[in-house]
Every structure is written in structure tokens, then in C-alpha cells.
Design a protein around this ligand. Structure first.
Ligand code: NAD
Length: 495
């Protein structure tokens, strides 16, 4: 079905909405200002998008607060919230071609990935929280018989979700599902590089019967709309996914305003450790290549440090290069394309600077390393060998298709190199030995450790970081902890 679609023809006739969505309707920014939304594969304008700022934030927060206080959603029976969220998930699924096309045009990822990964996972995420919410019981504490203590989870109120551009729809879905299922109102601020699917989602939320004012979308820049949400006195929580640098701003905003709850899903520099006794070295090397080249390397948990036991390092590196060389890089709208465009000029230049630093600091460039001769923002799959832990490319998050191979003498050295980072989002270890696998998984300081696979997961399994990769978890029932408060009601029963 989708394979036969002429995506370029479809893109030419697509009508794109660039407005904000507040109180159940599309509105321009109050200042009337817009910003240009550019297709990074062609450099051409896709849409003019509302540049919301502090005034728009004030208005959206008051609308979201009124909706929350009215109880139209916050006090709706969970089974009714469930049916509307399920309808929302169905609408996302039935609009998946349009949403996938918007995602690909907006941020450059291959259409095959938008269709096969981002869309189904986004719909599935909303549906999972819909299905969960009428099956969760509260608690009664084991008090003396003279009292009953009811321990209940209540929604927080108005939650701002500030999300990045690498998986615009999916990262938004990870927030929207649990925030709405728990009964909160939401203000979603997409990244300025990728606002289009969030804007389309708003229309679908209304069609699904999410009441006016409960689901709002404010496109705009981080320094204006994002900052105003972080500092707002009537926003109860911020659910943030993005860089560690901006995550720290949100902690400051909270301290400078109303001590709002902050959940942070930030950057990563994930170690992918391949030991000599891996069950299948070729399979491990292939997964290592895709673990960093998938989505142009713009993945928070990208396995950007390949740490390999010295005796098999050259063999693994050769195989990674073979996989990297075969990757089809090009027009994101071509269904055969496996690596598309970087999100924008700025990110392209940033990644090229890192490649230059890798060279200058003495790492051996074995694959790629060039910006490609295409009109848009394309970079070759790149591999540096003989990298050491002190080099910039081994320490900083590059967020591009650049892999650093590092040799280790044994598992202990591999884990110690793996942990030599400010980040702790994800890690992987490949070995046939269950003792080594367990030892590595318990000593690696990361929110998720994969054994004999990379980047596997499921909505039922929590995702989030240790250390400066943030705190709080997305996915699974644990995500609901971020968007609810515990309340104890102590009922005195007398003697
Ligand atoms: P970013 O931090 O630049 O931006 C993220 C969001 O914050 C955007 O909506 C942006 O507009 C907003 N923002 C930017 N500056 C702000 C400011 N001063 N005040 C308030 N808001 C501001 O991140 P990005 O470049 O969009 O995304 C890439 C980063 O996201 C990477 O570091 C990546 O690792 C991280 N990420 C993490 C996860 C995870 O689950 N841990 C998932 C995806 C991406």
C-alpha cells in the first residue's frame, strides 16, 4: 500500500497548518509573528508557523487551567477518558500517511521510518495509556482499625510538555499518553525545527472528543515560549525531553518560579560493549552500525561509543564499515532511503565540527566524514577508530551519524570506559556468558541496559536516564508517577 505511494506528488498537494491550538481552536500567535518551517532535505519553505511567546503562554495556561478546574476531563470517569484516548489513537493510526509525510518533510527522516516506526509507536503509546487508566487501583494503608487512610493519586493540573525534534511525534506521544490519561490538561510545545505533526495532532484530539482547553499546542522558540512555560506560576509540571543544557534551565526556571515538578529526559553518550564471546559478532556489529546511523544518528540513546574487546576489535570495525557503506543516504521521500537529511543547517554544521575535532585530536577516520554533495543537509555515515576516552568525540553528544570505536582489554575495562561519561541513558553488552552479562548490566550506570541487542524496547518498559541524562521515566506505568500527586485522606473512625 504505502510502498506504491508517490510521496513527492503527495507532498506537493499537502495543505499544512502552522497555527497554534488553544481552547479547541486554531489561532495565530497574539503578536501575529511567524517563523519559517524549512524542509532540511531541500532547503525550501514548508509553512509559516505561529511564533508563540509569553503572551500566548499566559492565555493557553489560563484556558488549560479553566478546563482542569471545570472537571470536564480531570473528573471524568477513567473509562470515559479511556474511550476518548482510544479514539485519539485510532485517528492517529488512520492519519498515519499524512502524519508520516509531515514528519519526514519537517525533520528529514526517511519516510520508511516515519511510517514503520514513528507512527505505529505513537498510536500504540496513546492506546496503551488509554487501556491502562481504568485498571489502576489506589491504596488503603494498614492503619489501626480506628482510622482509614485512603492513598489516592490525583492529577497535577496543567502540565507543559516541551519536546525535541528528533522524534517529534513519538516524544510528544510519550508525554501526551500518561499526562492525559491521568486527567491533566496539557500544553505541548514542539521544537521550532519540527512543529508540524504536533499542530496536526491538535485537530485529531478535538475530533476524538478531548474537551476544549485540555489539549493545547503552542509552537514557538525555546527562549520565548519554552522559557515562559518553565517560568509560569500556574504551570504545575514540565515534562521535558531535549538536551542536558536546556534540561538544566528548566530546573532553574522551577526554582525561580513556583517549584513546579520537572521531569527530564536529556542527552546520552551510550556505550555499546561488544565482548569477544558475543553470540554472533557479525550480528553485534550490524546492530552497532544501525545503533548509531539510524535516524541520522539523531537519537538520544544512540550507541555512539562502540567499546570492543581488543582481540576482536578490528573484525567488528570492518563489519560496521561494511554495513555503513551500504546504507542508502538520500531523499527522505524515497521509500528506499535508509538515512535522510539532518534536521537543519545548524545541526549539520555542529556535526561537521565534531568530525573535524575527531580528526584534529588524532582519531583515525575510517568511514565517511564528509557533507554530501546534495542540496540539503546530508552527512555520510562516519566511523572513527582508535578513539580514546579523553577525546571530544568520545565525551560530547554529537547527535549525528558518527561512531567512535574504542578498544578495551576486558569486561572490567569496557565497563569502566562505558561509565566514564556525564550521561547515563542507555548501554548495551554483547556476551554469551550470563555472569558477565549480569555483572555488566548491574555495574553500567544507565537507565536501560540491553543484553545481546541494541535499542529494543516496548511501551511496557520504562525509559529514562541516570546522571545528567535526567530523571523520571517515560513509558510504562511509572510515567504516571510524574503526572500525579499522592494524597492521603485520613478518616478518623473513633474507638
Ligand atoms: P533542545 O534541548 O535544544 O530543545 C528541546 C526543547 O526545548 C525544544 O522544544 C526547544 O524549543 C526547547 N528549548 C530550547 N531552549 C530552551 C530554553 N532556553 N528554555 C526553554 N525551552 C527551550 O534539544 P533538541 O536539540 O531539540 O533535541 C536534541 C536533544 O534531545 C539531545 O540532547 C537528545 O539526546 C535529547 N533527547 C533525549 C531523549 C530522551 O528520552 N532522553 C529523547 C530524544 C531526544
Amino acid at each position: 500500500m504505502s510502498a506504491s505511494i508517490d510521496w513527492r506528488a503527495r507532498a506537493a498537494t499537502l495543505s499544512i497548518n502552522g497555527q497554534a491550538f488553544v481552547g479547541g481552536k486554531y489561532v495565530p500567535s497574539q503578536s501575529g509573528r511567524t517563523f519559517d518551517c524549512i524542509n532540511p532535505a531541500t532547503g525550501r519553505l514548508l509553512a509559516k508557523v505561529a511564533a508563540c511567546d509569553a503572551r500566548d503562554v499566559d492565555q493557553a495556561v489560563s484556558v488549560a487551567r479553566a478546563a482542569f478546574a471545570s472537571g470536564v476531563w480531570s473528573r471524568m470517569a477513567p473509562r470515559d477518558r479511556k474511550s476518548r484516548l482510544a479514539a485519539f489513537a485510532d485517528l492517529i493510526a488512520s492519519h498515519s500517511e499524512e502524519l508520516a509525510l509531515l514528519e519526514t518533510l519537517d525533520m528529514g527522516k526517511p519516510i520508511r521510518d516515519s511510517l514503520a516506526v514513528d507512527l505505529p509507536l505513537s498510536a500504540q503509546c496513546i492506546r496503551w495509556y488509554a487501556e491502562a487508566i481504568d485498571k489502576i487501583y489506589d491504596e488503603i494503608a494498614p492503619t489501626a482499625p480506628s482510622a482509614i487512610s485512603l492513598i489516592r493519586r490525583e492529577p497535577l493540573g496543567v502540565v507543559a510538555a516541551v519536546v525535541p525534534w528528533n522524534f517529534p511525534l513519538l516524544m510528544a506521544a510519550w508525554k501526551i499518553g500518561p499526562i492525559l490519561a491521568a486527567g491533566n490538561s496539557i500544553i505541548l510545545k514542539p521544537a521550532e525545527q519540527s512543529p508540524l505533526t504536533a499542530i496536526k495532532l491538535a485537530e485529531l484530539s478535538a475530533e476524538a472528543g478531548i474537551p476544549d482547553g485540555v489539549f493545547n499546542v503552542l509552537p514557538g522558540f525555546g527562549e520565548s515560549a519554552g522559557r515562559a512555560l518553565g517560568l509560569h506560576m500556574d504551570v504545575d509540571a514540565v515534562a521535558f525531553t531535549g538536551s542536558t543544557e536546556v534540561g538544566k534551565y528548566f530546573l532553574q526556571y522551577s526554582g525561580q518560579s513556583n517549584m513546579k515538578r520537572v521531569g527530564l529526559e536529556c542527552g546520552g553518550k551510550s556505550p555499546n560493549i561488544i565482548l569477544a564471546d558475543a553470540p554472533d559478532l557479525d550480528a553485534a556489529a550490524t546492530a552497532a552500525a544501525w545503533g548509531v546511523f539510524y535516524n541520522q544518528g539523531e537519537v538520544c540513546n544512540a550507541g555512539s561509543r562502540l567499546i570492543v574487546e581488543r582481540s576482536v576489535k578490528d573484525q567488528v570495525v570492518e563489519k560496521v564499515m561494511e554495513v555503513g557503506r551500504a546504507i542508502r543516504v538520500g531523499d527522505p521521500l524515497d521509500p528506499a532511503t535508509e538515512m535522510g537529511a539532518m534536521v537543519d543547517q545548524t545541526q549539520t554544521e555542529r556535526v561537521m565540527d565534531y568530525i573535524e575535532k575527531g580528526r584534529a585530536e588524532g582519531a583515525k577516520l575510517r568511514l565517511g566524514g564528509r557533507r554530501m554533495e546534495k542540496e540539503g543537509c546530508f552527512i555520510e555515515a562516519t566511523l572513527f577508530d582508535d578513539v580514546t576516552s579523553n577525546m571530544t568525540i568520545a565525551r560530547e553528544e554529537i547527535f549525528g551519524p558518527v561512531l567512535s570505536a574504542i578498544a578495551a582489554k576486558d569486561i572490567d575495562e569496557a565497563v569502566s570506559i562505558g561509565n566514564d561519561t556525564i550521561y547515563g541513558l542507555a548501554a548495551a553488552v554483547w556476551t554469551k556468558d550470563i555472569n558477565k552479562a549480569f555483572k555488566a548490566s548491574s555495574t553500567l550506570r544507565a537507565g536501560v541496559v540491553w543484553v545481546n541487542c541494541f535499542d529494543h524496547g516496548d511501551i511496557s518498559s520504562p525509559f529514562g536516564g541516570f546522571k545528567q541524562s535526567g530523571f523520571g521515566r517515560d513509558k510504562s506505568l511509572h510515567a504516571l508517577e510524574k503526572y500525579t500527586e499522592l494524597k492521603a485522606t485520613w478518616i478518623h473512625l473513633g474507638q
